[in-house]
Design a protein around this ligand. Structure first.
Ligand SMILES: *[C@@H]1O[C@H](CO)[C@@H](O)[C@H](O)[C@H]1NC(C)=O
Ligand SMILES: [Cu+2]
Length: 124
């Protein structure tokens, strides 16, 4: 009787331990607040050296009306061009979940991308 109880206890603990191990092995997605001072003019280069992974969320915080966020393609990014048909986000708190690869974010307000408001995070 005593031994049987002991065996059950060992089994219960083994299951609990396995659960803890599986949980800690999971890589949790990271939520990144973009920019050291939010989404603003000095944001350029903020993304460099950071290990983004697919599933991470980027949060763009800024004062409504001061800035906006647009996702563009590589060539438009390099030329700081926001195409006519680009979707512009302007809530002041825009969140994007990264897909694998590079995502090209620019400010949609004229002249701001040229002034440094662009990031191109590369998610593994
Ligand atoms: C990017 O989008 C523009 C239209 O805005 C298009 O002309 C260009 O071919 C695209 N470039 C790439 C690399 O997809
Ligand atoms: Cu801007």
């Amino acid at each position: 009787m005593y031994n049987q109880e002991k065996n059950i206890n060992v089994m219960v603990w083994a299951v609990v331990l396995l659960g803890v191990m599986l949980e800690s092995n999971k890589v949790d997605a990271t939520v990144w607040n973009v920019g050291d001072n939010g989404w603003t003019f000095d944001v350029q280069g903020w993304e460099s050296g950071k290990n983004f992974i697919a599933g991470d969320t980027l949060v763009f915080n800024y004062k409504v009306g001061d800035h906006s966020v647009a996702i563009v393609n590589e060539s438009n990014y390099k030329g700081c061009i926001v195409p006519e048909d680009a979707q512009i986000y302007s809530s002041g708190h825009d969140e994007f979940v990264l897909n694998k690869g590079v995502t090209y974010f620019v400010c949609g307000i004229l002249g701001h991308c040229d002034a440094g408001m662009h990031i191109a995070p590369n998610a593994a």
